[in-house]
Design a protein around this ligand. Structure first.
Ligand SMILES: Nc1ncnc2c1ncn2[C@@H]1O[C@H](COP(=O)(O)OP(=O)(O)O)[C@@H](O)[C@H]1O
Ligand SMILES: [Mg+2]
Length: 79
């Protein structure tokens, strides 16, 4: 069965243009199966909220692949 959530080489940059470009997530690989429990820990500013927002489809990654229950999230419309 497909993982509930699968992330492969997820990167996230903020800024660019006039603002300095900051890489916040540097290539996250993560798989979570049904019934699995995981804790995300790290110091303030390490990217926890950014990662959770990406996992919750509130933000898009700058690059990398993500799938929910085996379905790629790229190209999904808002609905
Ligand atoms: N919308 C944003 N625009 C620019 N920088 C951001 C934005 N959101 C977060 N950041 C920066 O990304 C880094 C990670 O932030 P965040 O994901 O909130 O970390 P945490 O939740 O672990 O404290 C921080 O340096 C933060 O300033
Ligand atoms: Mg946070």
């Amino acid at each position: 069965m497909a993982d509930v959530l699968a992330l492969r080489q997820i990167r996230k940059f903020y800024g660019g243009g006039k603002a300095p470009k900051v890489e916040v997530l540097h290539g996250i690989d993560l798989q979570l199966g049904e019934g699995e429990f995981a804790a995300l820990i790290g110091p303030s500013g390490s990217g926890k909220s950014t990662l959770l927002n990406i996992m919750g489809l509130l933000e898009t990654p700058s690059s990398g692949d993500m799938a929910i229950a085996g379905e790629a999230t790229q190209g999904l419309d808002d609905a």
